[in-house]
Design a protein around this ligand. Structure first.
Ligand code: MG
Length: 156
C-alpha cells in the first residue's frame, strides 16, 4: 500500500525551525501549535494514509493543549507503533522539502538517518530531497515551508 502526505507551516522570525527532528540554523522558524516539524507531519500523514488510518489531525488534534510545543517525534513514534501493532512494515519513504532559505543540502543526510532511526528502518529505505521554490509565491519568498511525503508499506 502507498500513502501520501503534505504539510505546510508559516515561517516567522524568532521561531525554531525543526525539520525531520533536526534543528536547522535559520533566522526564520515555523509557526505552529507543536514544534512545527513539517517533514514529520507530512510523513505521519503518508504512513497513516497507507494504512487507511485517517490523518494526523484526527489522531493528535491541534486544539488539544497536550500537544502544545510538542516534539513531533512523539507523533511519529505513536504512528510507527500503531502501524506495527497492525502488522505493517515500511518498505520505503520518499520526502521532498520545499524551503527557499537556508539551503538544506548540508542537513539532508542527518535528516535521512534520523528519520530512518525513528521509523525503525534502514537508511537505504529513506530518501530526502530538498528544493527551493525558485523565489516564487509564499514558499519562494520564505513565508512558509512545505513537505511532501510518500511511503510504501506492506502487511507482514
Ligand atoms: Mg503541521
Amino acid at each position: 500500500m502507498v500513502g501520501f502526505g503534505y504539510d505546510l507551516h508559516r515561517l516567522a522570525e524568532g521561531n525554531r525551525l525543526i525539520i525531520g527532528n533536526v534543528e536547522i540554523d535559520s533566522t526564520l522558524g515555523a509557526v505552529a501549535h507543536s514544534d512545527g516539524d513539517v517533514l514529520i507531519h507530512s510523513l505521519v500523514d503518508a504512513l497513516l494514509g497507507a494504512a487507511g488510518l485517517g490523518d494526523i489531525g484526527e489522531l493528535f488534534p491541534d486544539t488539544d493543549a497536550k500537544y502544545k510545543n510538542m516534539n513531533s517525534k512523539y507523533f511519529l513514534d505513536q504512528t510507527i507503533e500503531l502501524l506495527s501493532a497492525k502488522s505493517y512494515k515500511i518498505i520505503n519513504i520518499d520526502i521532498t522539502i520545499v524551503l527557499q532559505t537556508p539551503k538544506l543540502s548540508p542537513y539532508k543526510n542527518v535528516i535521512k538517518y534520523r528519520i530512518a532511526e525513528l521509523c525503525k528502518v534502514g537508511a537505504e529505505q529513506v530518501n530526502i530531497k530538498a528544493k527551493t521554490n525558485e523565489k516564487l509565491g509564499y514558499l519562494g519568498n520564505s513565508e512558509a515551508v512545505a513537505a511532501y511525503s510518500i511511503c510504501q508499506i506492506e502487511k507482514v
